[in-house]
Design a protein around this ligand. Structure first.
Ligand SMILES: Cc1cc2nc3c(=O)[nH]c(=O)nc-3n(C[C@H](O)[C@H](O)[C@H](O)COP(=O)(O)OP(=O)(O)OC[C@H]3O[C@@H](n4cnc5c(N)ncnc54)[C@H](O)[C@@H]3O)c2cc1C
Length: 374
């Protein structure tokens, strides 16, 4: 009951901010979300959502809307750059109660914004928040270049990982709803279908001459095709159909040292921006939103509730961020290491396919709804 009638401001109407707004408003808080953009548009791109995040969306009453807006993901299929299968991890049998979904970011944002408005949240657009008035609580869900994070931690310098990613969405007639990862030396390409006849492509290469962070940088699709010219299977056909692409230098940001000061708190990318190699950035943001709400609702003492939130989230998010850092290496193996790595995976896939996925039970099996918050 601690949230009833409390005034809360959230900066940023991304996945973290909107999910937190819904959760807080559903428990009786009066929530305003301040968003810099003049409208809620999104760079065209897909997202994989795993059960740890979907459990939260279900608990917020968004399960049916999510199902209508997304596809189920049946497997993660690792393939060599030639297209030969290395291993297929079946998501259905590995997690009978788990829902893995594939969704377009714009659809997820629209779904969350609608639910937030229904819950009574006031979303104010075209608000570039520069300094922070002190309401009873300010939540910084302001993403990668968070000003709230800087206010709590001072200025920090991320470092370039030497990797660059292209993102594209193409028209496609569907195909099996699974995420496919094509692994080559120093590069990999991830692709999965999206609803409405679309397909998402993320292609990563090791390259040191591009160091801009952010999705606004358009690139010539010919550069993407040239970088993946040696790839087989369906990749050449997909890349031939890319008409627009954006490129992004991948930077490693440390997990924030300080998450809160008793009045301000950071969530989502603002607290723990991650490399995309575990597909968990948005999922962690959604988990944060639920746990923060639960902590605040369980304890009238805001300072103590925020400390509890930080102590619950920091270890888990740090571990996921580290797993994503490690995965980059695994996908890009070269020479003998690559041969050995792929052979081990093939064998493991034959002998104990369930084991490959159960390594990640600590991520996907986590249920934020059951977390002990007080
Ligand atoms: C290549 C790639 C693939 C990915 N794939 C996946 C995936 O499959 N699954 C997954 O879970 N995650 C994935 N992610 C990560 C995911 O996209 C992010 O972690 C997630 O979007 C973070 O959400 P957020 O709300 O914290 O931040 P954002 O989405 O960045 O939202 C922040 C919002 O704050 C606003 N804002 C910023 N500053 C201000 C200000 N001063 N005043 C007002 N408003 C402000 C911004 O305009 C923005 O709307 C991927 C990321 C990349 C790069």
């Amino acid at each position: 009951m601690s949230l009833q009638g409390r005034d809360i401001q959230i900066i940023g109407a991304g996945i973290a901010g909107l999910t937190a707004a819904i959760a807080l408003a559903q428990r009786g808080a009066r929530v305003a979300v301040l968003e810099r953009a003049p409208e809620l548009t999104e760079v065209g791109a897909g997202l994989q959502l795993s059960p740890n995040a979907v459990r939260v969306l279900d608990a917020l009453g968004l399960g049916l809307a999510l199902d209508a807006a997304s596809l189920p993901s049946h497997a993660v299929r690792l393939r060599d750059r030639s297209g030969a299968d290395v291993v297929r991890m079946n998501l259905g049998s590995g997690h009978p109660d788990g829902r893995f979904r594939l969704i377009h970011r714009a659809r997820l944002i629209a779904l969350l914004a609608d639910a937030a408005r229904v819950a009574g949240v006031d979303i104010k657009l075209a608000q570039d928040v520069v300094d922070f008035p002190q309401p009873s609580l300010l939540i910084g869900a302001d993403g990668l270049r968070s000003r709230v994070r800087t206010a709590l931690n001072g200025r920090e310098v991320p470092f370039f990982t030497g990797q660059t990613a292209w993102r594209a969405v193409i028209a496609d007639d569907g195909g099996v709803p699974e995420a496919q990862v094509f692994m080559g030396p120093g590069r990999h390409l991830v692709s999965y279908p999206l609803p409405a006849g679309l397909r998402n492509i993320v292609a990563v290469i090791e390259r040191h001459d591009w160091q801009e962070e952010g999705w606004k940088h358009a690139d010539d699709p010919a550069n993407l095709r040239a970088a993946f010219a040696g790839f087989g299977g369906p990749v050449p056909d997909w890349l031939a159909r890319v008409h627009e692409t954006n490129v992004w230098g991948l930077f490693r940001h440390e997990v924030a040292r300080v998450w809160q000061d008793g009045q301000k708190v950071v969530i989502g990318d603002a607290a723990h921006s991650t490399l995309p190699f575990m597909a968990q950035g948005a999922c962690m943001a959604i988990e944060d939103a639920w746990i923060l709400t639960a902590c605040l609702d369980a304890d009238m003492d805001q300072g103590r509730a925020l400390q509890r939130f930080e102590s619950l989230r920091k270890p888990r998010c740090s571990r996921i961020v580290q797993a994503a850092n490690d995965n980059a290496r695994n996908y890009h193996l070269t020479g003998p290491k690559r041969l050995v790595g792929h052979t081990v995976l093939r064998l493991a896939g034959r002998v104990a396919p369930g084991k490959l996925l159960s390594r990640f039970d600590w991520i996907y099996g986590y249920d934020p709804i059951r977390e002990t918050v007080s």
